[in-house]
Design a protein around this ligand. Structure first.
Ligand code: PLP
Length: 361
């Protein structure tokens, strides 16, 4: 089955085989070595200096990392501005509400661009932290962070990024954009197995992660302190660690995030052009979308469920729209161990389906 949903992704044989390595206790030195290797590889992927940055590993899906980041790094005296233009931006606000974090929301319609003037106006109000999504998977929009980072730098505001569906395949200017922390996951653009996620944090951010703590299981300060000592506060998903370690080696061997970006770019263009030739229109312009996922208007009169089920019977899983977009769009992701041939076969399958539908009217 070819998975065109935005994670979990198809694993390569190399990564799948890593899941079968010997059983391992998370309190033994072999686990420490594994954990340390992954932490170092995550930093080196974006050439981050280990003296300034740390990768903190959690057992949990991407949302665990996002919740850990927001609930740990905004101190009780802080004020968080959340920018929303999709489901995941709105989730940031849910997290802030649940943890009683002093926050404001700046909402844009799903899929729309964020305007710097709007943010600038909000930043006057005693804001200390700003959180937003890099790649808003709801619509495939890649939010441009460099201008926002510049505004934050000028005002000494800490920038918290949900990079769950961009880390490993899109540019992330940790230093140049002034990112303070970025949450991400093993099983999207890194091509690991689901079950672990992580936050890349500027070390100085943890010094100010003061008591009182808002969370026990998701407290980044505790994880960081113990992982720096080669330990872990709780049981980690050991097999998933093996797989991520292998996936990071595979990514390095393939040429790093830049090569993965290029590969996704080619697949995304192939899908875009192929679907446009079948009169299926993309939701966003090419320059506004990520290379990781593209959303398309569901052709009028086409039932998503029937379309999905037919494609699934032919070996492809596509992804529905969420919330208010559930009836109007479908999404195709380019992540995972999939090839150009897989995408060509996918387009042939869609073409065959459109012909069947045309014939049945
Ligand atoms: C996938 C995703 C998440 C996390 O989803 P999980 O189901 O918890 O892994 C968070 N943010 C974005 C932008 C995502 O694409």
């Amino acid at each position: 089955m070819i998975l065109l949903n935005p994670g979990p992704v198809n694993l390569s044989e190399r990564v799948r085989n890593a899941l079968l390595r010997p059983d391992l206790c998370h309190r033994e030195p072999e686990f420490t070595d594994l954990q340390e290797a992954i932490r170092a590889k995550l930093l080196s992927l974006y050439q981050l200096d280990p003296a300034q940055w740390v990768a903190i590993l959690l057992t949990g899906s991407g949302t665990a990392a996002v919740e850990a980041m927001v609930s740990t790094l905004v101190p009780p005296t802080g004020k968080l501005l959340i920018i929303e233009n999709g489901v995941y931006g709105e989730r940031l606000s849910q997290i802030a509400s649940i943890h009683h974090i002093n926050h404001q929301r700046l909402s844009y319609p799903w899929g729309e661009a964020i305007d710097l003037a709007g943010i600038e106006a909000h930043l006057r109000r005693g804001i200390t932290h700003l959180a937003l999504i890099h790649h808003e998977t709801t619509t495939g929009r890649l939010n441009r962070l460099s201008g926002i980072g510049e505004l934050c730098k000028q005002r000494n505001i800490r920038l918290l990024i949900d990079g769950v569906s961009s880390f490993g395949a899109e540019e992330l200017g940790f230093e140049s954009w002034g990112i303070a922390a970025c949450a991400a996951t093993a099983n999207k653009c890194l091509h690991g197995a689901p079950g672990i996620s992580f936050v890349i944090v500027r070390r100085e951010m943890l010094a100010s992660a003061k008591l009182p703590k808002r969370t026990l299981y998701l407290d980044l300060e505790t994880y960081c302190r113990m992982q720096d000592q080669g330990s872990t506060p709780f049981t980690q998903a050991v097999q998933t660690f093996y797989a991520l370690n292998e996936a990071l080696d595979e990514l390095r061997d393939q040429g790093g995030w830049q090569a993965r970006h290029q590969n996704y770019r080619e697949l995304a263009d192939l899908v875009r052009e192929g679907l446009v030739s079948l009169e299926i229109r993309p939701l966003l312009r090419r320059e506004d979308a990520s290379v990781v996922l593209n959303a398309f208007h569901l052709p009028l009169g086409l039932s998503y469920n029937a379309f999905h089920d037919w494609l699934k019977a032919n070996g492809f899983v596509i992804y529905a729209g969420q919330g208010k977009l559930v009836k109007s769009i479908f999404r195709v992701s380019t992540m995972g161990a999939i090839t150009r041939q897989d995408m060509e076969r996918f387009l042939e399958a869609v073409s065959e389906y459109s012909q069947e539908m045309a014939g049945s009217i």
